[in-house]
Design a protein around this ligand. Structure first.
Ligand code: GRF
Length: 198
């Protein structure tokens, strides 16, 4: 049984997709053992609570320096003894020590077809604003392993989504979530849980 810890900062629709996929059998051999957030107002924490999953919120703002937060963050994650860490809209820089300890056991969902529209500063709506500004006809989402870079780890899976005339960043974001993110992330977790991805 793959022990999965999910890190969130916002609305948690990707977390909800994972919760629902475990419930309906799209994901097998896996259990969400904890949900971590840096943001006390993250609706994702309510989603975890409603699903009976332990949630924990520790904010960098609660510490005088980042190294103290990093220590508390890593201690909480280690306590859950996860086999896999999933970053699902997590807007905190991952401590190098955690990347090293969980190398090839930490994945991230990014709302573009990497290497387009990724890297420092590309998160949330900004990604879709830039895609629309560039005028691409196809965008999508990417699941990748996390390494020391920003959105630079080994790509696991991608799914393309059409950009339509008149799209706003919000409309495009929602389509990428519905047609790509909420499908890719549960499938990647299931594939890892069942030994289909190493
Ligand atoms: C998603 O668009 C995801 O691609 C990005 O952050 C957003 C998180 O949304 N990494 P949610 O919190 O899962 O609804």
């Amino acid at each position: 049984m793959l022990r999965v810890a999910v890190c969130v900062s916002g609305g948690g629709t990707n977390l909800q997709a994972i919760i629902d996929a475990v419930a309906d059998g799209t994901i097998t051999n896996a259990k969400i053992v904890g949900v971590f957030s840096n943001n006390p107002g993250a609706y994702a924490l309510k989603r975890a609570e409603d699903a009976g999953i332990e949630g924990c919120c520790i904010s960098p703002k609660d510490f005088s320096d980042r190294s103290e937060f990093n220590k508390a963050f890593l201690a909480k994650i280690d306590e859950w003894e996860p086999d896999l860490i999933v970053l699902a809209g997590f807007l905190v820089i991952i401590p190098e020590e955690m990347i090293a300890r969980y190398r090839n056991r930490m994945i991230n969902i990014h709302p573009s077809l990497i290497p387009s529209f990724c890297g420092t500063g590309f998160y949330g709506l900004k990604v879709h604003e830039e895609a629309l500004k560039r005028g691409v006809k196809v965008t999508g989402a990417t699941v990748h392993f996390v390494d020391e870079g920003t959105d630079t780890g080994r790509i696991i899976a991608q799914k393309a989504v059409e950009v339509l005339d008149g799209d706003t960043p919000e409309v495009l974001q929602r389509r990428v979530m519905e047609q790509a993110e909420w499908i890719l992330l549960p499938k990647a977790i299931n594939d890892i849980a069942n030994g289909l991805i190493k």
